[in-house]
Design a binder for this molecule. Sequence first.
Ligand code: PMP
Length: 451
Amino acid sequence: MADSNFLTEHNARHVWHPMAHPAEMRANPPTIISAGEGAEIIDVDGKRLLDGVGGLWNVNLGYSCDPVKQAITTQLGELPYYSAFRGTTNGPLIELSVALAEFFAADGMVRSFFTSGGSDSVETALRLARQFHKLNGQPERTKFVSLKKGYHGTHFGGASVNGNQNFRRAYEPLLPGTIHLASPYTYRNPFNTDDPKVLADSIARQFADEIAFHGADTIAALIMEPVLGAGGVIVPHESLMPALRALCDKHGILLIADEVITAFGRTGAWSGSRLWGVKPDMMCTAKAITNGYFPFGAVMIGEKVTEVFENDRTAMGSIGHGYTYSGHPVGAAAAIVCLAETVKQDLATNAAERGIELLEGLETLKARYPLVGDVRGKGLMCALELVSNRDDKAPAAKDKVAQVYKGAYEAGVMIRTSGNNIILSPTLIISKQDVSRILEALEAGLKSAAN
Ligand code: PMP
């Protein structure tokens, strides 16, 4: 590989990075990552870092999962690509759909629709929800409801149900007919309560109120993350998702669980829906489905939606939606082995156990450093919210957040910043010692920002 100066110079000249300002990328060049091993990554200068980000919430099995690499290599040798559009299919995608139906049986899922990633999965679920209602004789059900801090990817449908204005404003107008509810964000919310149950009840009442206002017969689906990720790791009270599910049932609204982050063990449960004892109508998955080794995703579809499509005999029932890479044999081969490894290594249990240790450690840091305003987490998805003042909760200045990042980096741990949040989503194979390493590096970062 070329030397790091050459790469940095050409990166600045030729590359536009996702979720970044081109000018800022030139002023503050990104770190070039050149290798990964176990739970660690290595930068172009040879510095080893424990990966506190897990790629991007997706490398659950770490960087050295040889069975998955082998499955990819073998499949590339046998059949590197063929389309799954009407007329042809392939072995790995069929085998994967069987494994996924078994894995998600407890969530009530029976079928898979394959995609190339999370945004594709969200787009697919939104479209299928509208089509479901048309086939079901309720064509006016076209609107979508979501949570204000929700993140559902970057396609126009997903961006429309997203809550963060940074992902919306420059691209408006978005899809009409999207309704946003408050988030279960106890630290800041319009109901002015820090009681998670009171907040959950208020959000459910808001949903009921919006249903009454718009008319249930205009609403296609509610889409939500069981634990909100990119919005700053927001963990709802256990009653929220069941309460919203009950309202969906009462009013004929589909529930789409966006499990792009939460499926496959990250929260300490095998799915986020299962964590709250809810069966959604569809589940969006991606990310850890292939451990980040191949771009891939699946929308899991439950019995109710399946039946309506299966029983339809009109032209409207044909799924007029699909990607060139839907059911890619290499991605499917990777996913089959990922799923088997995930279960074999019982990653959900490790996420739950290490998650408790990590959250406890973060609470200790909060007690020591006034810069930390709030700490949140479930399993191995956690966040620290940095504030310049605990009384008025004013978000910490950009340079303070950057200092924490730099301090942690120098101490050998990669963390992620998002606004005034520090996000932690390490691989699910980390040990107790790794948790201590993350906490020590974070403390080094907080200390340097406090000076
Ligand atoms: N939904 C959720 C909940 C996500 O976290 C993400 C990605 N972080 C997406 C959808 C979009 O996935 P992708 O970036 O793979 O398109």
